[in-house]
Every structure is written in C-alpha cells, then in structure tokens.
Design a protein. Structure first.
Ligand code: FE2
Ligand code: FE2
Length: 267
C-alpha cells in the first residue's frame, strides 16, 4: 500500500473582486504579492502530479491550503493542474486548509465546497466530514478544522462534535491501521509560541494518536517537513509545502510498518 501526500501549494492570484477589500482577503493578497509569490512555485505542484501519475500510488492525500485566499479564480487555477489526477483512477483524499476557507463570503465558501467535490470526484462533500474511507488495508479518518477566522489568527479548533465522532470511530474494533487526515498538526510542542497558528481542543485526538488507536496523523499547515514518529513509522507526519520546498511524501505500509520517504521534485 503506497500513499502520496502533498500539502500547502498556496496558489495565489490577483483579484478582480472589489469585495476583497472589505474582508481578510486583502491581508492574504498583500502577503501573496510581497512574500508568497516569491516563495511558492506552482511548477512543483505540476511536478507532484506527474510524479504521482508515474509511480503507481494506491491513494493520494492532500491536506489543504491549495490556494492563498480561497477565491474562485485561485481554485480554478489549481483545478487545471489537478485535473489529470482527477481523471486518473487513483483514490483522492482532500481536506481544506485555513487558506482555502479564508473568508465567509458566499462565493468563496461555495468555491471550497466545490473544490472538495471536484477533487474527490464527489466521493464526499465538505459537510460530510468527518468520514472514514477504507483503501487497500488502511482506514483513513478524514476531518476538517479549517474555518474563516479574524485578521491575525490562522489557527483553528476541533469541535466537540468532531472529537466525539472520532472517538466513536476509534472505539470500534480495529481491523486495519488508521490514518488521520486534517490540515493542522495534532501534536503541538510549542503551544505558547504558536498560539496564533496552532490547533486547539485537539487533546482527545492527540490521546488516540499517542495510544496508537490512531496509527499515523498526516498534515500540513506548517511549511517545512518533519516527523514525530516511532520506529514503526507511527506518530505524525507534516510534509510541509510542496511549492515552497519542492517536496512531497511517499508513505508505504508493509509488514505492519509505515515507511516515510521524502520525494524531491527539484529535477
Ligand atoms: Fe499553509
Ligand atoms: Fe494553513
């Protein structure tokens, strides 16, 4: 069982939508113009797609921040690049990031909903989450914590309803290894330093992860690659930004062990 994981491409675009001046998008657009557009190269998302198509994966997982400010024109750009994955027969799991759920404007909310349905080929909708999907001997628990927030906060929190649901899923007899998929890291070692960016109310999920009721959490949000795993590959993997680091992950599950491999997309 071989899984491809990429995250945080942050594809941005200028806007012709004047309403962006009146919500958080102007912050994101400013950020994009003066910082992110120099840091994130869309060609690495294209290379990731090509690598996945060329290398016989059983599943693809994307943990969000496909866009910079969650605008319809940004999603349209991303869709063009991801179309070949959607046209393939590889199962796709996608959960949005905070930048995909940037503001409450109706057309932006509709755009991220549409993206979930498009990328997963209508396998599930944003409103269906959390859901469990079984793919070739692995149970994926997919959930979403990304919602619009204020100007200075890019963190999120797990709702009680989602914690209840995930505990209920994990209380059932475990027949297969469980991989948790969401945008935010569950294990937080710097809660004070990262108070503006972290995931809150994740303690119950973290317990399930640390007791190995959940085997592996895969996420993004932080833009560099790191793992907090034991020698069986159980724990947490953050793959970082595909377009910033020219990097994606390959996760192989074999003989009760996860092998995590960095895939460099530079060449
Ligand atoms: Fe991000
Ligand atoms: Fe993020």
């Amino acid at each position: 069982m071989k899984i491809a994981h990429f995250s945080d491409p942050h594809l941005g675009a200028p806007t012709d939508d004047w309403t962006a001046l009146f919500d958080k998008r102007w912050v994101g657009l400013f950020n994009y113009k003066f910082r992110r557009s120099y840091q994130h190269d869309p060609k690495y998302l294209e290379k990731a797609v090509q690598y996945i198509l060329d290398n016989d994966f059983d599943a693809v997982v994307c943990t969000g921040d496909l866009t910079n400010t969650g605008q319809p024109n940004e999603f349209a750009t991303v869709k063009k690049i991801l179309q070949r994955l959607v046209d393939s027969d590889i199962p796709v799991i996608y959960t949005p990031g905070n930048h995909d759920c940037y503001v409450k404007r109706r057309h932006c909310v509709e755009a991220v909903r549409d993206m979930v349905s498009f990328f997963t080929r209508n396998d599930y909708t944003l409103d269906d989450l959390p859901v469990v999907r079984h793919i070739k001997g692995i149970d994926f628990i997919i959930f979403n914590n990304s919602r619009p927030t204020n100007l200075i906060f890019s963190g999120a929190w797990v709702t009680k309803k989602d914690s209840d649901r995930i505990e209920e899923i994990c209380s059932q007899e475990k027949k297969f290894p469980r991989i948790l998929v969401n945008h935010y890291p569950i294990i937080e070692d710097q809660p004070i330093l990262r108070m503006r960016h972290r995931l809150y109310c994740q303690g119950r999920i973290e317990k399930l992860l640390k007791s190995r009721s959940i085997d592996l959490s895969i996420c993004g949000h932080r833009h560099f690659y790191y793992t907090k795993c034991d020698d069986t590959g159980r724990g947490e993997l953050c793959t970082g930004s595909v377009t910033k680091n020219a990097l994606m992950s390959e996760i192989e599950f074999k003989d009760d062990k996860f092998t995590l491999k960095k895939i460099y997309l530079e060449n």
